[in-house]
Ligand binder design. Structure first.
Ligand code: AP5
Length: 216
């Protein structure tokens, strides 16, 4: 079992690569962003609390997201877990280490996806996803073959995220640089970090990540 973290700013391509790994390697994607969006759509108390925070682009509290991940780790994943968008703070990183250790598991690698900020604006403002199967698209770089219809599942439920605006992106980026980017040094010091070029074409990024995974 190989557990990895995909680390990078909003729009770096974490979700895109995680979905490929799920298809190709039977790994399980644990995206705290997806879990929080699910909570808000289901109208739970927690969903109501986090909705405004997410739309502004701020981070949700450590306690909430650590709780979400802890629940998921109770179910084993034969192919390993892909942590997508978690951890995002040093406290979350420590908690993940403790949680994995308590299950007799460990982290194989942390893949930092390097991109430049200018590219992120174009990626985020052009993104849309399938509300049915979660496939990720882009207006210019990865449109659906048939307008308005998901290539993967045929659904017409294509959506844009409320936080995919230029204003919210500025807040999300600031949160990343202030609270999440220290994890690059944290995992480097633990000998877990590999950086890949997130600006490369999707297949080339996938190949770079595969190399990290196959290294064991
Ligand atoms: P979350 O859902 O995790 O969003 P994010 O980190 O901002 O990342 P994104 O999903 O926006 O981007 P991505 O890197 O997955 O890129 P994607 O593959 O879609 O978090 C949302 C919010 O939830 C946070 O702001 C926070 O409020 C809260 N939250 C979540 N986790 C939390 C935590 N742990 N602690 C506290 N709060 C938390 O790609 C983007 C676009 O680019 C797509 O259109 C895609 O087609 C395109 N693209 C991807 N790769 C390429 C490529 N190589 N070349 C060209 N285009 C590409």
């Amino acid at each position: 079992m190989v557990n990895i973290i995909l680390l990078g700013p909003p729009g770096a391509g974490k979700g895109t690569q995680a979905k490929r790994l799920v298809d190709e390697r039977q790994m399980v994607q644990l995206s705290t962003g997806d879990m929080l969006r699910e909570a808000r759509n289901s109208g739970t108390e927690m969903g109501r609390v986090v909705a405004a925070v997410m739309d502004r682009g701020d981070l949700v509290t450590d306690e909430i997201v650590i709780g979400l991940i802890a629940e998921k780790l109770d179910h084993a994943a034969a192919g390993g877990f892909i942590f997508d968008g978690f951890p995002r703070t040093l406290k979350q990183a420590d908690a993940l280490g403790d949680l994995l250790a308590s299950k007799g598991q460990s982290l194989a690698a942390v893949v930092e996806m390097q991109v430049d900020d200018a590219a992120l604006v174009a990626r985020i403002t052009g993104r849309f996803t399938c509300g049915n199967c979660g496939a990720v698209y882009h207006d210019h770089t990865h449109p659906t073959a048939k307008p308005g219809v998901c290539d993967a599942c045929g659904s017409t439920n294509l959506k844009r995220r409320a936080d995919d605006t230029e204003d919210a992106l500025k807040v999300r980026l600031m949160e990343y640089y202030k609270k999440t980017s220290p994890l690059i040094g944290y995992y480097y010091a633990k000998d877990k970090l590999t950086s890949v070029d997130g600006l490369a074409e999707v297949g080339a990024v996938a190949a770079a990540i595969a190399k990290v995974l196959d290294r064991g």
